[in-house]
Ligand binder design. Structure first.
Ligand SMILES: [Zn+2]
Length: 101
């Protein structure tokens, strides 16, 4: 829906775009929803306890006609794989071959 700006469910063409989607919080502005809220930041450790460094955000696309909604994760280049904490990148591409041939 982000590329076509057309709803795949009802073919609606009025699409709400909410950049940096937020969830309710103590502040009136809300809290930006991170893709990985629990990414450890070793450089910012305090007394050898790793701090959390939220990474990434979501852009939300919602159809004005039927309400169908898609979330797109952004700033993924800032993520760091940490399988012990459930953060993995699965790449099924062939080695030494890019997406273009
Ligand atoms: Zn729709």
């Amino acid at each position: 829906m982000r590329k076509t700006l057309k709803c795949p469910k009802c073919s609606g063409v009025r699409i709400w775009v909410i950049e940096r989607f937020r969830v309710p919080s103590d502040t009136s502005e809300g809290q930006e929803l991170a893709v990985v809220p629990h990414q450890a930041d070793a450089e910012r450790s305090l007394f050898s306890i790793p701090r959390q460094s939220p990474r990434g955000h979501f852009d939300l696309y919602a159809c004005d006609g039927c309400g169908f909604t898609e979330l797109y994760a952004r700033d993924l280049s800032t993520l760091v794989a940490d399988p012990a904490r459930g953060i993995r990148l699965v790449d099924t591409g062939e080695p030494n071959k890019g997406p273009f041939r």
